[in-house]
Design a protein around this ligand. Structure first.
Ligand code: NAP
Ligand code: G4F
Length: 327
């Protein structure tokens, strides 16, 4: 049975990836932070009984900035594959907490790479590493963006991801490690955090339709993003670690839409006119914006045989329907 270690297991991608890997017959170990209230709602479908001795799913407390804990976990679990998904992942928050974001989203990656290198060298264990790199690294470089496109990050988050990207390349080149960057464009789902724009919209649509919210305040409606479905994207992560060679891959749909278009579709799905409910609030504008992200996933399609299944309108409907159902 292959063994995987997933950081950020309680986040959007961690939960989809855990389900995917369990479906493939993996033993899955997840790292999560201790929080004052239980924060495992995204894992409810797979984490029924923590005392079940037959379960191939294990959760461990840990913080990715704590290299001792991460090294101990690696030694205990001896994974075949490490998916490093944990990060301070909110771009706007990274302007408010730049140093913290650099530590968690940037520096923690080098701690993990180094712990893997040391374990592999001392035991001979081959460990494949996935780094959750981001289209935010392209920042202001014009679209379409692919693996050859130069980076120009526009936020502390984007800069921290560029640092982690190059460290991953550097460990691959220096130590012959199987270390891979997945450069993922925005991907969403009903499990998306509530302060990212898509989920903020789908949640507000459900509440406005139910009469419990009057107005939705948003920032830049003109920003364009290449939005895909998270459930499709975690398969891309797995495929990268099954490849013959470690490499870097863009995962995207190849189609971009504005925040305005997302609003139009989401509100019209419940029969509402978005313009009656959405107001622009300067509070949600960023010190520097990424205007236009549009990925070219040709390499992932050619080398990995990966392609997205869910379309943009299907994604919007899925998110709105699920928020309506939850409410
Ligand atoms: P997410 O929902 O914010 O999940 C991130 C997870 O990391 C959360 O479970 C969080 O824990 C955990 N975490 C944060 N700081 C930690 C720390 N110091 N120690 C341990 N765990 C920590 O993000 P996501 O959307 O699943 O994204 C997964 C990864 O892909 C992230 O690295 C993100 O930057 C990257 N990425 C995402 C996208 C996208 O569109 N979703 C695109 C490109 C790249 P809590 O639950 O306790 O907060
Ligand atoms: O949903 P967002 O916050 O996502 P953003 O900044 O693109 O970052 C996400 O995708 C990255 C991949 O490119 C990931 F690496 C990162 O971890 C994260 O998952 O904002 C999308 C766009 C932005 O242009 C923002 O200015 O929506 C615009 N926007 C307009 N009003 C808003 C709002 N964003 C948020 N969060 N909240 C608003 O009210």
């Amino acid at each position: 049975m292959p063994v995987a270690l997933v950081t950020g297991i309680a986040g959007q991608d961690g939960s989809y990836l855990a389900e995917f890997l369990l479906g493939k017959g993996y033993e899955v170990h997840g790292v999560m932070r201790r929080t004052s209230t239980i924060n495992t709602w995204r894992l409810d479908d797979i984490y029924h009984d923590p005392h079940d001795p037959g379960s191939p799913f294990f959760l461990h407390y840990g913080d990715i900035t704590d290299s001792t804990v991460m090294a101990n976990l690696l030694r205990k679990i001896m994974p075949d594959e490490v998916y490093h998904l944990a990060a301070q992942s909110h771009v706007q928050v990274s302007f408010e907490m730049p140093e913290y974001t650099a530590d968690v989203t940037g520096t923690a990656t080098i701690k993990l790479l180094e712990a893997i290198r040391q374990l592999s060298e001392s035991t001979g264990k081959a460990i494949r590493f996935y780094q959750a790199s981001s289209s935010e690294m392209f920042g202001s470089t014009p679209p379409p963006q692919n693996e050859e496109t130069p980076f120009h990050p526009r936020s502390p988050y984007g800069a921290a991801k560029v640092f982690a990207y190059w460290l991953t390349v550097n460990y691959r080149e220096s130590y012959d490690m199987f270390a891979t960057n997945g450069i993922l464009f925005n991907h969403e789902s009903p499990r998306r955090g509530e302060t990212f724009v898509t989920r903020k919209i789908s949640r507000a649509v459900a509440r406005i339709a139910a009469g419990t919210q009057k107005t939705l305040y948003l920032g830049n409606l003109d920003a364009k993003r290449d939005w895909g479905f998270a459930g499709d994207y975690v398969e891309g992560m797995w495929r990268m670690l099954q490849a013959d060679q470690p490499d870097d891959f863009v995962i995207a749909t190849g189609e971009a839409h504005t925040v305005r278009e997302f609003c139009e579709l989401a509100f019209s799905h419940v029969g509402l006119d978005w313009e009656k409910y959405v107001q622009v609030d300067q509070r949600y504008f960023r010190p520097a914006e990424v205007d236009y992200l549009l990925g070219d996933p040709t390499k992932a399609q050619r080398v990995l045989g990966w392609k997205p299944a869910l379309s943009f309108p299907e994604l919007v409907k899925l998110m709105v329907d699920e928020d309506v159902r939850r409410l």
